[in-house]
Design a protein around this ligand. Structure first.
Ligand SMILES: [Zn+2]
Length: 152
């Protein structure tokens, strides 16, 4: 099935019929909104466009068997990854404690830190402390471009 954009004039005659390439990454997205000004329309349309893109991204992750929230490997037997499951649990707990959901929700930065901590914890269990020290030094060097003095 293909997608077409069909325009009619006031008399009901087709004035244009354009095939849209929905698969291409630069494909056209058309959003119809009602607004009081062009700026308000653009803002409304942008929110809708983001929602469409997010839905497509989540569907793509889900189709690949990845966590729909972030695209990481899911926890065995679960749909979401360990980071998102924990992050959601933190958010749920915060929601129960406070009405201020938006203020207490785990930030992207907190999520990334949690993902890193979980990754280090798993690696520690699997490979031991000497491997972790080497691994951390290499990761720090990669980010800073600076070599740490290592005791051989
Ligand atoms: Zn996730």
């Amino acid at each position: 099935m293909k997608t077409f954009r069909v325009e009619f004039n006031a008399a009901g005659h087709v004035t244009s019929c354009i095939e849209l390439d929905r698969v291409a990454p630069d494909s056209v997205t058309i959003v119809y909104v009602q607004a009081t000004s062009a700026d308000a329309a653009k803002a409304k349309a942008e929110k809708i466009r983001q929602r469409i893109r997010q839905r497509a991204r989540r569907a793509g992750y889900r189709a690949q068997g990845l966590c729909p929230d972030c695209g990481r490997q899911p926890t065995p037997g679960r749909i979401k990854c360990e980071t998102c499951l924990l992050s959601n649990r933190i958010s749920d707990r915060a929601r129960q404690k406070s009405e201020k959901l938006r203020e207490t929700r785990a930030t992207r930065e907190q999520q990334e830190r949690l993902a890193t901590l979980l990754e280090v914890r798993r690696a520690l269990d699997e490979h031991g402390p000497a491997f972790i020290a080497r691994w951390l030094d290499e990761a720090i060097e990669e980010l800073t471009g600076r070599e740490r003095s290592r005791a051989a």
